[in-house]
Design a protein around this ligand. Structure first.
Ligand code: ADP
Length: 182
């Protein structure tokens, strides 16, 4: 059974930064589906070739492809101590795919709360190739349509803790550390 910690929140809310710190501190794997997908694009794998246009426009890669990629990754040796999922699940079918697999036990879901103005500012500053104004608009919309409903989904299961993600990196990381018991 693999213990799972989910970092849920809008694009630009700092999930990746915090996941990196927390994974080091607790010696658990950090899995970012966004990073994995961008690696596939760079390596021009079959998945990467399918995903490239989708990433650039800010839409979501189809559930079946992302679910398969993630589950493969969770099978690796370095996930035995547990894993932080950063950017997954992003849709209800993705959430159900974890739910319905008894290999996984979701310990907690941390929801990163940040206002939209701050998100846009952060993403434009970060300047990744998919951080154009047009794609940011699409990503925020996709987030509110597809991903935000998961806040309710996990909250009803009593798994959700909301944190204010507007403080300093260290402040937020100590808040999260206190919440974790894997
Ligand atoms: P951000 O921090 O801006 O949300 P990510 O690095 O998490 O960026 O993701 C970048 C892109 O990768 C997304 O816009 C989407 O196209 C794709 N992606 C990442 N995770 C998923 C997922 N779970 N399901 C579908 N697409 C995904």
């Amino acid at each position: 059974m693999t213990n799972i910690l989910i970092f849920l929140g809008p694009p630009g809310s700092g999930k990746g930064t915090q996941a990196e710190k927390i994974s080091e501190k607790f010696e658990i794997a950090h899995i970012s589906t966004g990073v994995m997908l961008r690696e596939h694009v760079d390596r021009k794998t079959d998945l990467g070739i399918k995903a490239k246009g989708i990433l650039d426009e800010g839409s979501l890669v189809p559930d079946n492809l992302v679910i398969e990629m993630l589950k493969d990754r969770l099978d690796s040796e370095d996930c035995q101590n547990g894993a932080i999922l950063d950017g997954f699940p992003r849709t209800l079918p993705q959430a159900l795919s974890l739910e319905n697999d008894e290999k996984f036990s979701i310990k907690s879901v941390i929801f990163f709360d940040v206002n939209q103005e701050e998100l846009v500012k952060r993403m434009l500053e970060r300047g990744r190739s998919d951080d154009t104004e047009e794609s940011i608009k699409v990503r925020l919309k996709v987030y509110s349509n597809e991903t935000e409903p998961l806040v309710d989904f996990y909250s009803k299961k009593n798994l959700l803790t909301e944190i204010n993600a507007l403080g300093s990196i260290d402040e937020i990381s100590s808040t999260i550390s206190e919440l974790i018991n894997l």
